[in-house]
Every structure is written in C-alpha cells, then in structure tokens.
Design a protein around this ligand. Structure first.
Ligand code: NDP
Ligand code: MG
Length: 382
C-alpha cells in the first residue's frame, strides 16, 4: 500500500490521479489533499477518499471546508505554509506535485527535505531552481519520478539502461492548436482558440503554454535537470498525433521510444507503481486507428519559446527562473484578455533582458528573481 499526498488535487492532474487511486484501492491510499480555491471539489474528494489531512491554501475557504468535514476524522488546515508543514507527515510515501506554476516550488522543497518520493508534475519547480532541487534530492536521497508524459517516456526508456551513455533525447511536441500558423495568422488568435488543444485536456495555464510552445521550452529545461543532459543533447520534434511520447538515443545509435494513447493517467499511474508495473484497464493503443505517425520540425522563428529555453540553458544561473516568472504573468494576462497572443513572446523576452542576472543563485535569490521578473513582466503588460 502506497500512501499518497496530492498537492493540487482539484486540478486536471490531481483529479486524474484520484481516478488512478480509485481504480486500485488495494495499492494506493490518499493521505493528504490540497487545493487553492475549489473548496467544493476538495470537500467532495475528502468525503470520498478519507485522507488524514486536507489543506485549502486560500484561507478564505477555511471555515467552509472545516465545517463540511467536521463530522469526519479529517484534519483541516489553511494557507500555503500549511501545505509545506503537512507534506512531511509520517503517513505519506509519495508526494504528487500537481499544483500549477511557481506555487509548487516551496512544498516540493519541503517534501524533499522530509525524504518523500516525488511524483513530479509541477515542471516549473525544476525550471525555476533545477540545480538547487537536484542537489537537495542527492542530499536527502530522494527520487523524482517524472509525471510529465515526455519525461515519463524517457524515464521508462531508461529503466535498465543506468550505465548506457545517452547521445541525445528527443522530446515530442503535438504542436498545439496553432501548429502551422504564420506570424500574421497568430496576430488574430483568441483565448478560446488557444484553449482548444488538439490531443490533451489540461489546466488552462499549461494549455496556453502548449499553444505558445512555452510548455516545450519548460520541458527542455525540466529534461536537463531530470536526466543530467547538456543543451545539445535535447532535441524537439513535432509529432501531431501525440502517440510517441518521447525518445532516447544511446551512443550506439539505438533509439528507444515509449508510446501510448495521449492519456495522463498512465504516467501518473506509473509514477505511483514504479519500479513495478500493475495492470490497468486504460484504453489500449491500436495501430490501425493511427496508420500514419508523422513528424516535422518545430517553427522556432514564429514560436520563439524554444530559443528562450536554449538561451536559458546557455546562460544558466537564474535565467530560467526569470523566463518562468515572466511567462506565468504573460500567460495569465493573455487568459485575462489583457494582451494578444504574440505579446507573450515579447513580454518573456523583455523580462529576460531586463531582470537582474545572477550566475550562482541561492534559493533566496530564486524567490527574489521570480518577484523581480514579475514586476518587469507587469510593466511590459501595461
Ligand atoms: P490545473 O490548473 O488544472 O490545477 C492546478 C491545481 O493547483 C489546482 O488544484 C489548484 O487549486 C492548485 N493551485 C493553483 N494555484 C495554487 C496556489 N497558488 N497554491 C496552491 N495550489 C494552487 O493544472 P494542471 O493539473 O493542468 O497542471 C498542474 C501541474 O502539472 C502544472 O505544473 C503543469 O505544468 C503540470 N502538468 C500538467 C499536465 C496536464 O495534463 N494537465 C501534463 C503535464 C504536466 P484550485 O483548483 O482549488 O484553485
Ligand atoms: Mg508534457
């Protein structure tokens, strides 16, 4: 029995994780659920899954959650600090980090410091502070199991290959809803078009990031830290069907790929069962439904995000932290109809040019850089 904490249980990854857990009651149980605003869903999840503890990080909803669960033996806390405090509890084996954005960093650090295995969905944690997180994992002997489908694919390809030198990895990208669009066509695209991802149903932030290819930019940096790679070992290929989830090429030229239908439940499930595989009833891939798997180069000129990611890897330091913060602001501004789609790239680039570069940041520097980059991004949004 693995005891699981889900940080962000009301989101796209969080709700799918609970489906995985519900399908395997003799393998998994829920110890901790956390949410930010969605008190109603958190309450119904708590009633269904009986965790020991729930945390609502927006304190405005504390009394609502506390009253609704008062008849049950469930501890209720509120506030972001409470997530950090609860994540180290003895009744937790695996922490699934499914909060969105920079908010995932502090609780992930607390979970690592408590020696918990991390099932990492919150890629922003590694983008912001990959070097700090990597050394913290070594210090506390903690394993990070990737949940992001591309990184789960690579992780699965590397099982049994621990001593095999990697020549490169290839991250696949669906291309998102705007694949093939020219710059002038992108001038006019709307929020509702950007939110229509062709293959995946996900939270709003990552869906916009997929449309701008910022998601792939974040994943390039995530891959660097997860697999200890240099920038020239990380390629991106557009694969519109999202069946091959990513590939590894070893130094003898052999390539391994992991395939399957685009369904996040599989990488979530694997992150819980690793190193074992446990049977599932997920729909199976059928080659005859996909007679053509196609591949094309990403349009790096129109979608400048990929260039930003490689620039971050080249510069190191806090550059990726700056990129991430500016992107979070630009993404939210686009979702709030404050900017046009193409401005996302200008705002991220503008913040990267203006925010203070720190070559060897401490953890505190990362917090400060995040705040500074958001100020620059907000100035550019106005
Ligand atoms: P959602 O927006 O669907 O869910 C986000 C979750 O985080 C919700 O539970 C939300 O709570 C909570 N949350 C939001 N803001 C805060 C905050 N400030 N403090 C604490 N909790 C907060 O996101 P996704 O599930 O799509 O994505 C979660 C993470 O997983 C992201 O980092 C994303 O990049 C990554 N990921 C997602 C994939 C997907 O398919 N969705 C695929 C690969 C990676 P509430 O709803 O209660 O407000
Ligand atoms: Mg992904």
């Amino acid at each position: 029995m693995k005891r699981i904490a889900i940080l962000g249980s009301t989101g796209s990854i969080g709700t799918q994780a609970l489906e995985v857990i519900a399908a395997h009651p003799s393998n998994f149980e829920v110890s901790l659920l956390t949410a930010h605003n969605n008190a109603d869903l958190l309450i119904s999840q708590a009633i269904l899954f009986s965790p020991n503890t729930v945390v609502i990080s927006n304190e405005d909803y504390y009394l609502q959650v506390k009253d609704a669960l008062a008849h049950l033996p469930i501890k209720v806390f509120a506030g972001s600090n409470a997530i950090e405090q609860c994540v180290g509890s003895d009744d937790i084996d695996i922490v699934l980090t499914a909060q969105v954005g920079f908010s995932g960093l502090r609780p992930t650090i607390a979970a690592i410091q408590s020696g918990k295995t991390i099932a990492l969905a919150n890629k922003e944690t590694l983008v912001v502070a990959g070097d700090y997180i990597s050394s913290l994992c070594v210090k506390h002997n903690v394993k990070i199991i990737p949940v992001d489908s591309e990184h789960s694919a690579i992780f699965q390809c590397l099982v049994g290959e621990y001593n095999s030198p990697i020549e490169k990895i290839v991250l696949t990208a669906s291309g998102g809803p705007f694949r093939g669009k020219t710059r002038s066509e992108l001038e006019l695209v709307t929020k509702s078009q950007a939110l229509k991802h062709p293959n995946w149903t996900m939270g709003a932030k990552i869906t916009i990031d997929s449309a701008s290819l910022m998601n792939k930019a974040l994943e390039i940096i995530e891959a660097k830290w997860l697999f200890g790679l240099d920038a020239n070992q990380i390629d991106v290929i557009v694969h519109p069907q999202s069946i091959i989830h990513s590939l590894v090429q070893f130094n003898d030229g052999s390539m391994k790929a992991q395939m399957g239908l685009p369904d996040m439940k599989l990488p979530i499930h694997y992150s819980f069962t690793y190193p074992e595989r446990i049977s599932t009833t997920f729909p199976r891939f059928d080659f005859l439904h996909y007679p053509q798997l196609t591949f094309e180069l990403p349009d790096k000129v129109t979608f400048r995000s990929l260039a930003f990611a490689y620039y971050c890897l080249q510069e190191g330091g806090n550059m990726a932290c700056i990129m991430n913060a500016a992107n979070e602001e630009a993404n939210a501004a686009f979702l709030n109809d404050k900017i046009k789609f193409l401005q996302i790239f200008d705002i991220v680039e503008g913040a990267m040019e203006r925010a203070t570069f720190i070559a060897k940041p401490t953890l505190n520097d990362y917090y400060e850089s995040d705040a500074e980059a958001r100020i620059w991004a907000k100035k550019l949004i106005k």
